[in-house]
Write a protein that binds this ligand. Structure first.
Ligand code: ADP
Ligand code: ASP
Ligand code: MG
Length: 410
């Protein structure tokens, strides 16, 4: 009599055939008495297509964040209705619920919302009525009832948060890979599949670009203590369990994986006064616009004139808005110029095992040097090291670093 939350990503429900396949598989694996909540993403590339549609109306649709949410939430609404119909056509009672109907309450930060609370009564009632409950991922509603989306990949967070609120026995994330790998298996053919990974390491991998899980979903999983099983929609092989600690022999490693992020942009504000409060001025303006800043470097441009340069990175999706904000501050500060570089990418290594192993950084930089790849910016955390490089060299960088730490066995 388990309560199970199963999340299916966009590629898993990309066509009506796939939706039917998902329904059949869920029913075939359902034990008598199981209560099942499905969380689904929009079909295939629907979200990207909706963004392109908006770009047909305005060059920068993300300045109208509420309207973007009104648009983007339609994607998930299509897939939940179709999946509920698929269950019904197979004789299984089912009901679709939007995020709002499922009680997903959010703040009002449109397109980057966070879950403020979940009122799961309706979901529990529908389960009691004998339904499989099909919930739209990626969305909730704020105090006004307006739709709010949770950021790209947000269905993962919907699923894990719902599993927490429902005190589910398990949370399964079904996707187009059969688990978490030591690097994106699309980029690194020799990447190794993990049986387990800790929340802490997975969160860092996700934060640094491993798009298989939205970072926030891992945080929520850790907060609720819910193990997350990441597995394939298309095979029945066991996947990877994300949990608090390792239970098996896999503990012995120097680094856990290589993550990459191609969706990065660099902004350089050149020739600003080297005086107290300048960094605060720039970054508080960005924070007010809900723009996360990642790597930051401040360097002296001219000691005599007490002038400095501020260089930092933001997510590509935030670039146009960030540029608007920074241009305004730069004008106020009499900056010499604001330069934007879009052909950049970030490659990172992650692993709790690197704490106290100074040689790890040197090996990472050595692997990049061997591939003749220049490092622009370096940043570190306790369990990761990241390098900003040229975007065109990303593939080679990820592979050479992976090969250094996970050499191919003959
Ligand atoms: P879904 O639509 O199911 O949410 P996503 O595209 O968001 O699927 O996430 C799955 C993708 O994540 C995989 O196809 C893979 O290319 C990518 N990925 C990136 N890093 C990793 C990793 N370390 N392990 C597994 N997959 C990864
Ligand atoms: N459909 C949304 C996206 O493409 C949410 C998700 O797939 O998790 O980002
Ligand atoms: Mg995803």
């Amino acid at each position: 009599m388990a309560l199970i939350v199963k999340k299916f990503g966009g590629s898993s429900v990309a066509t009506t055939e796939k939706i039917m396949g998902v329904a059949k598989r869920v029913l075939a694996e359902k034990e008598p008495g199981d209560r099942i909540v499905m969380v689904v993403s929009a079909m295939g590339d629907t979200t990207d297509d909706l963004i392109k549609l908006a770009e047909g109306v305005t060059k920068d649709p993300y300045q109208y964040t509420r309207e973007m949410d009104m648009l983007l939430t339609t994607g998930e609404q299509v897939s939940i209705a179709l999946l509920a119909m698929a269950f019904k056509s197979l004789g299984q009672p089912a009901i679709s619920l939007t995020g709002a109907l499922a009680g997903m309450r959010t703040d009002s930060v449109h397109t980057k919302g966070r879950i403020a609370g979940i009122e799961p009564e309706r979901v529990l009632q529908e389960l009691k009525n004998g339904n499989i409950v099909v919930v739209a991922g990626f969305q909730g509603a704020d105090k006004l009832g307006d739709p709010v989306t949770l950021g790209r990949g947000g269905s993962d967070t919907s699923a894990v948060a719902l599993a927490g609120a429902l005190k589910a026995d398990t949370c399964e994330i079904y996707t187009d890979v059969d688990g978490i790998y030591s690097a994106d298996p699309r980029l690194v053919p020799g990447a190794r599949k993990m049986k387990e990974i800790t929340y802490t390491e997975m969160l860092e991998m996700a934060r640094l670009g491993a798009g298989v899980m939205q970072p926030r979903s891992v945080e929520v999983g850790q907060a609720y203590g819910i193990p997350i099983h990441v597995r394939s929609t298309f095979t029945t092989k066991p996947g990877t369990i994300i949990r608090e600690d390792y239970t098996m022999e896999e503990k012995d490693f120097e680094i856990r994986g290589v993550a990459h992020d191609a969706k990065v942009a660099k902004i350089a504000v050149l020739g600003i006064p080297n005086t107290p409060g300048i960094a605060h001025e720039i970054f508080s303006a960005l924070a007010k616009a809900n723009i996360d800043v990642d790597m930051i470097v401040q360097s002296i441009r001219n000691i005599e004139k007490n002038v400095t340069d501020m260089v930092f990175t933001v997510a590509s999706g935030d670039l146009s808005q960030a540029k608007r904000v920074v241009d305004e501050v730069a004008a106020k500060l009499n900056a010499v110029a604001v330069l934007i570089e879009e052909d950049v990418a970030k490659v990172s290594i992650v692993g709790a095992g690197m704490l106290g192993s100074p040689g790890i950084a040197a090996r990472m930089f050595g692997a990049l040097a061997k591939a003749n790849i220049n490092i622009d910016i370096i940043s570190t955390s306790e369990i990761s090291i990241s390098c900003l490089i040229k975007g065109a060299q990303l593939n080679e960088a990820v592979n050479s670093i992976h090969n250094e730490f996970f050499p191919q066995q003959a």
